[in-house]
Design a protein around this ligand. Structure first.
Ligand code: DNO
Length: 403
């Protein structure tokens, strides 16, 4: 498996020298400054490659930018309206430029309006560490009482509505403001940052786009771009919805194994692939991560290795981001399945047998608490995750070698 590390670019408080010291060899990055829908020009791509390859003192870092996360898909493409045609052709051009620069793995998502979403960005654990959390009661309080989305109450049962009303009452103005910022202002890596009014306006535009239509828009998008990617040697990999259920009444279509199966079958070529994010998918009790790796592994081009602890038994419930080995997904079994997939690919003679993964998110621990890097992306918390995952790989690899 290829160890990678997400780096947000020169403004990231975790430096390239820090990344090099983690022992990871690959870097996951994106040109966040380029507006969604525009072309990623070759010189901009090359500039980021140089930034990744160079230590702050000018010496070589030994690191390589090998995964793009994300080449964002515009709202127009998701809705198939407005500028979508130009955006699709720009997407193909960006892929061609990335291939020319030697970058072949591209992660993206197809979540309308909101990218990944949490209600609390620094939830304090008993030991003093902090982590990110999604609280369904807070979210309902936001939806019904702050955003005041039309008919929002219909999406929650009576008990949840009551709890949300009480929660809203108990919140101070500052709490309400903070919750709103946490939800709509865009977490690191999200393509857009919205205000409450933007969210309201965008919600209207999705009112006639049910799940079925959004899925068909994704399939039509992939039917155009995946063959281009295939010719370029690029592997696209769709990141799951996070959390993996509908929010604000919006359609979400990449939340379960069945969702992935359909999209993989509809555009049945290797370039149409999967980012297996155990943290996102693992927030639902009905997702079997190990089984997904076993059944869909052939198309898994990238893994996000992260864990969550579910606090409720519901499909749409609360959870927090746990330590990498202490959540509800059994990481030993999941990595074991990934190593088996690698062995299978090697037997087949596949060049892409080694699967890149990154320790996705981490709790803020020790000096992270003072450094205040991007939410979810502290240096030590992630390094701890990487070290634990590396240990599992080292322990399991010799056995899979023998297969
Ligand atoms: C969160 C990430 C997301 C992810 C995008 C992929 O940490 O997993 O920001 O990068 O949703 O497009």
């Amino acid at each position: 498996m290829i160890e990678t590390w997400r780096w947000f670019g020169p403004q990231d408080l975790v430096s390239i020298s820090d990344v090099a010291q983690t022992g990871a060899t690959g870097v996951v990055s994106a040109l966040h400054h380029i507006p969604t829908g525009d072309v990623w020009e070759l010189d901009e791509i090359r500039k980021r490659q140089r930034e990744v390859a160079t230590m702050p003192d000018g010496s070589p870092s030994g690191l390589e930018w090998n995964v793009v996360e994300s080449l964002p898909v515009s709202e127009d493409i998701k809705k198939r309206s407005g500028e979508w045609r130009a955006h699709v052709s720009n997407y193909c051009q960006s892929m061609a430029n990335l291939a020319e620069a030697g970058i072949y793995i591209i992660c993206y998502n197809f979540m309308p309006i909101l990218d990944w979403t949490r209600t609390d960005l620094s939830w304090r654990l008993k030991n003093g560490a902090t982590c990110m959390r999604f609280d369904i009661i807070d979210f309902a309080a936001f939806d019904i009482h702050i955003l005041k989305r039309a008919h929002a109450e219909k999406d929650y049962d009576a008990k949840l509505r009551q709890s949300a009303a009480r929660r809203f009452q108990e919140m101070s103005e500052q709490d309400r403001k903070q919750l709103t910022e946490n939800i709509v202002c865009g977490l690191p890596g999200a393509a857009e940052k919205f205000s409450l009014d933007d969210v309201r306006a965008h919600l209207n535009e999705y009112s006639d786009i049910p799940e079925k239509r959004l899925r068909s828009n994704l399939v039509r998008f992939l039917a155009e771009v995946a063959p281009v990617a295939q010719d370029l040697g690029i592997r696209l990999c769709c990141h799951p919805d996070d959390p993996p259920f509908s929010l604000l009444g919006l359609p979400r279509i990449m939340s379960t194994e069945e969702d992935y199966r359909i999209v993989m079958e509809e555009v049945d070529i290797p370039a149409n692939g999967i980012t297996l994010c155990s943290g996102s998918l693992g927030a639902r009790p009905d997702n079997d991560l190990v089984g997904m790796m076993q059944r869909l592994g052939d198309r898994v081009h990238f893994m996000h290795s992260r864990n969550v602890k579910r606090e409720t038994a519901d499909v749409r419930g609360s959870f927090y981001e746990s330590e990498h080995l202490r959540g509800d997904t059994n990481m030993v079994l999941l990595i074991g399945a990934a190593l088996q997939e690698e062995a299978r690919r090697r037997d087949e003679g596949r060049e892409d047998w080694s699967i890149p993964f990154r320790p996705d998110h981490g709790q803020d621990i020790l000096d992270d608490l003072g450094r205040k890097a991007q939410p979810g992306y502290p240096s030590i918390g992630r390094l701890k995750g990487l070290a634990e995952l590396r240990g599992i790989i080292a322990a399991l690899e010799p056995r899979t070698e023998m297969h």
